[in-house]
Design a protein around this ligand. Structure first.
Ligand code: BYC
Length: 313
């Protein structure tokens, strides 16, 4: 018992000195569990996040747009893979993580439970959702667990492209015909509040934050990052003359921040608990893709077994 307390103390001292924790280092069981929870949820989000955009690949308005969207969706699959690998370094397998998702025990980001109704949603998702992801992930890239932090660096580079392609679509539509302007404003109206919810519950109702901050997995709170995102996005909306759907949005001279209105936390929890507009459809699509891909996993395992048998012989 005394030994455990000493190990925990030494671990915290390493964190406080800003050292990076690697897979074979000693770590508290709770640190391992928290990271598995967070990284696996992040991985699931990347993969489920392919669905709302995948929906538009066959309907992109030009070959260029189709190629860009295809590449973006493919990038998200890659992000999922880096993240599953990072989580596997903590002693859980990808199969186990996916089982937990299918049993409803692991979550994925609330944002992907909203439908993508028009082409303007492709622009707005890139601008808001990837924009929010960058704010969150540049913070996570400085986190204490090596494999997660390193995965974040590469992911953030790709997310920057994603955000730019989204903002480009939005900017073009915003200076297009009245119908295009109307379509993009409608997408902005629908995605704004769910994007703010991506950052998680408010600090006074975020049970995991204290522990994650102590261990420097998170370096900022949910509200701090949400505010950073609002400040950044207001200016971008002004530049393309679109309105963010919040009558209470107001610059605060004292704090230098843009104050925003009340977020509907009932809606957020409802979506997190599985009752959002697209939760059932998203999980059905995930299960179907997983089942349809069973033969690929089986073939890969057989190939691997044969190859390692040959190498051993
Ligand atoms: N959605 O104590 P809290 C992407 C849950 S993918 C659903 O504040 P924490 C992209 C939370 O899990 C974006 N659930 O938690 C992909 C917890 O429940 P459990 C995904 C949420 O961990 C494709 C409970 O609420 N990014 O970028 O301190 C295309 C209490 O919350 C959400 C990541 O996953 C939510 N939004 O902070 C484009 C980043 N928020 O688990 C883009 C990694 C909270 O105790 N994750 N919950 O049952 C994080 O940074 C943190 O986990 C969070 C939450 C900020 C999300």
């Amino acid at each position: 018992m005394e030994d455990l307390a000493k190990l925990e103390q030494e671990f915290q001292a390493r964190i406080d000195r800003g050292e990076i924790i690697e897979p074979k280092d000693w770590m508290p069981e709770r640190y391992r569990k928290q990271l598995i929870r967070m990284i696996s949820q992040h991985a699931h989000s990347e993969v489920v996040g392919m669905l709302p955009e995948g929906n538009w690949i066959s309907r992109a308005p030009s070959l260029r747009r189709k190629k860009v969207l295809l590449a973006k969706v493919q990038d998200e699959a890659g992000h999922g893979l880096y993240l599953y690998c990072a989580a596997e370094t903590l002693g859980i397998s990808r199969d186990e993580m996916i089982d937990l998702l299918h049993q409803g025990k692991a979550k994925y980001s609330s944002i992907f439970n909203y439908p993508s109704l028009t082409w303007a949603d492709m622009g707005t998702i890139g601008w808001f959702v990837d924009g929010a992801a960058i704010v969150n992930q540049t913070m996570l890239a400085k986190g204490s667990y090596g494999p997660y932090a390193r995965a974040m660096i590469r992911i953030c580079k790709e997310e920057s492209f994603h955000k730019k392609q989204g903002y480009e679509i939005v900017a073009n539509m915003a200076k297009g015909t009245p119908a295009q302007r109307k379509m993009v404003q409608d997408a902005v109206n629908r995605w704004w509040w769910p994007s703010l919810m991506m950052f998680g519950p408010p600090d006074n109702n975020s049970p995991n934050s204290a522990e994650l901050l102590k261990w420097k997995v998170k370096k900022n709170t949910n509200d701090e990052l949400r505010q950073r995102f609002v400040n950044m996005t207001v200016k971008q909306a002004q530049a393309v003359k679109l309105t963010l759907p919040d009558p209470d949005l107001k610059y605060n001279e004292e704090t230098g921040n843009w104050d925003y209105g009340q977020i509907d936390w009932d809606e957020f929890w409802n979506v997190v608990k599985g009752n959002g507009p697209m939760n059932r459809e998203r999980m059905e699509a995930h299960r179907k893709a997983h089942d349809d891909g069973a033969w690929v996993r089986e073939a890969a395992r057989a190939y691997h077994a044969k190859k390692s048998g040959r190498n051993a012989a």
